[in-house]
Design a protein around this ligand. Structure first.
Ligand code: DC
Length: 228
C-alpha cells in the first residue's frame, strides 16, 4: 500500500545499508528494522552467559528469555537488551568477530526471522540486513542491494568506529571486513539476497545523503507511476 510499504536494503559489511535505512525510514516516517543489530544482541547476550554457538539447548533457552528493544532516534538507533542500553557494546570488534558464528545457527535464524516478520507485518518498515529480500520479506514493495568496494567500506567502518569512541586501526578493520566477506560468501544461511526484482546500487562513490536521496527518489517516482 502506498505510504505503508515494506522496503528492504541488503548489503555487505560497511556498505552503508544501516545508516541509509535509518535515514530513509526517518524521511518516509517509517520504522527502521536493523536486523544485524538483532544478531549482534544475540551474540552479546550469549557471550555474557559464556554460551558457544554450538550449545543449541542453551541458545534456545537464551532466545526464549531474550528481551530486545530497537528504538529509533534521530542521531542513531538505540538497542536495549534486558533493559540495558547495549547500542555501543554490540558494535565492538570482539562482537563483530563472533556474531557470524551465531548468525549461522538455524535456531537463532528461525527465532529472529519470526521476530523480524512480526515487526514488518504492518508495513511502514525499512528493514536492512543480508536476507531481507530473499527470505524475510520476499513480498517487499521495494528491494535494494547495496554494494561498495572493500577499501571504501573499510574506510567507512573505521570512521564509524572512531566516531563512537571505539579505537581501531584501519588495516585491522580492513582485515576484519575481508574475513567477514569470505565468511558471508560461504554461509549456509543468511546469504546476501540476490532476487530477480532487486535493484543493485553501487555506493562506492556516493555520500550517505546521496544514497538516501537516490533510493528515496526511486520510491517516490515508482509511487507516482502506480498512482497514474
Ligand atoms: O550488518 P551487521 O554487520 O550488523 O551484521 C551482523 C552479523 O549478522 C553479520 O555476521 C551478518 C549477520 N546477519 C545475518 O546473517 N542476517 C541478517 N539479516 C543481518 C545480519
Amino acid at each position: 500500500m502506498i505510504g505503508n510499504e515494506v522496503i528492504t536494503i541488503d548489503g555487505l559489511v560497511g556498505s552503508g545499508k544501516s545508516t541509509t535505512a535509518r535515514l530513509l525510514a526517518q524521511r518516509l516516517g517509517f520504522r527502521h528494522l536493523d536486523t544485524g543489530a538483532m544478531y549482534r544482541v544475540v551474540a552479546l547476550a550469549a557471550s555474557q552467559d559464556h554460551i558457544l554457538p554450538n550449545h543449541e539447548g542453551k541458545l534456545k533457552k537464551l532466545l526464549e528469555d531474550l528481551d530486545i528493544e530497537l528504538l529509533s532516534c534521530s542521531e542513531s538507533d538505540i538497542v536495549i537488551l534486558n533493559g540495558e542500553d547495549v547500542s555501543e557494546a554490540i558494535r565492538r570488534p570482539e562482537i563483530s568477530r563472533i556474531v557470524g558464528s551465531f548468525a549461522d545457527q538455524l535456531v537463532v535464524r528461525n527465532f529472529l526471522v519470526e521476530r523480524q516478520r512480526g515487526v514488518g507485518k504492518f508495513g511502514g518498515t525499512v528493514a536492512d540486513g543480508r536476507d531481507m529480500a530473499s527470505v524475510v520479506f520476499p513480498d517487499a514493495d521495494f528491494k535494494f542491494r547495496m554494494v561498495a568496494d572493500i577499501d571504501e567500506r573499510s574506510r567507512r567502518r573505521h570512521t564509524e568506529l572512531l566516531s563512537k569512541g571505539i579505537e581501531a586501526e584501519y588495516l585491522q578493520v580492513r582485515e576484519d571486513i575481508h574475513r567477514r566477506d569470505i565468511e558471508d560468501a560461504s554461509r549456509d544461511y543468511g546469504e546476501l539476497s540476490s532476487t530477480d526484482d532487486i535493484v543493485e546500487i553501487d555506493t562506492s562513490n556516493w555520500t550517505i545523503e546521496e544514497q538516501v536521496q537516490n533510493i528515496y527518489s526511486l520510491i517516490v517516482s515508482n509511487r507516482e507511476k502506480i498512482k497514474s
